[in-house]
Design a protein around this ligand. Sequence first.
Ligand SMILES: Nc1ncnc2c1ncn2[C@@H]1O[C@H](COP(=O)(O)OP(=O)(O)O)[C@@H](O)[C@H]1O
Length: 337
Amino acid sequence: MCKNINTSLKTSTCDCRPRWRTKRAAPAHRTSSISGMEEEGARPLFSFGVIADIQYADIDDGYNFVCTRRRYYRHSLKLLRRASDSWKSESPRPSFVLQLGDIIDGFNKKHDASRKALDAVLRELNNDGAAAVHHVWGNHEFYNFSREELSASALNSKGVCGAEEGAAGDSYWYDFSPRSERYGQALRLLLEHNDNEELNNPPGLEQRFVKFNGGFSQDQLQWLDRLLTISDEKHEKVTIVSHLPVHPSSSDPICLAWNYDEVLSVLHSHKCVVCFMAGHDHDGGYHKDFYGIHYLTFEGVIETPPEQDAFGTVYVYEDKMILKGHGRVASRILQYL
Ligand SMILES: Nc1ncnc2c1ncn2[C@@H]1O[C@H](COP(=O)(O)OP(=O)(O)O)[C@@H](O)[C@H]1O
């Protein structure tokens, strides 16, 4: 089953600090101080749940492509149930849940089980009137469904819990539909950086240029810039959610968005951004940059052993967010600057 990998950064313009640290060196702020905060009795404004890379499939355990991590395809549903039960038992309940992409695994397509697997996961997520769910689309969504199917499905979160019409725009982070113009643009960019016959096989140094990643179009970047300008004017605090990580110190280099540096430039040109949450790198990661932005990459459910957990609840305060992690997800205080 397993094949060998054929192995054959860059900063935003305004970041004058030393270059990226590796994500392994990133400091963790653990639960001890978080308990202290809770003892003060401060009530959060609201809370929300977060979960990433469930990648459910009704198949036996397997491994990632390079055979370094076990994947618990069937068990992922049980881990989701535990997360869902935990959110349901909270008082007050989380206002919503963020599902950060790769909700079911690409293997479902081969077994003609995409719809059945998605229904099974959504049943657990929507378990007995649980919180509204915002879904992010990951690469595995595009292995299972066409863009049109995704738009028409429950994975289209537009309108969920007050999301403004057009907030998700007409653009998405990935666009692999052979019919689209953007597919051509993405492919040309990929071919400029990756000359392997198999485009999921990473090229030398710029490993992120593989087909299972993706990039941001100029339209998307402009849309993001516009939205963040409005939030700056309103003195809001913004958390951005994504399947792909964008900070090299919060992710393995192979999982980064192709043009992560362009995204960082946009984020750094606004005062409102406090946090960027992603999935995709199943080992997780964390980094706080010079601008005070917290980059959280959530550990993936799919590579979490059945007896462990991988989800979190974020409590939002005026001056910070507190992530209460479960299992592999560490608890952290995310203080705003
Ligand atoms: N080094 C590689 N060479 C060729 N194909 C690969 C390589 N790594 C991953 N793939 C393929 O790319 C797709 C996505 O990989 P996968 O590990 O499932 O992604 P994810 O990390 O999103 O779960 C799979 O079809 C996988 O077989």
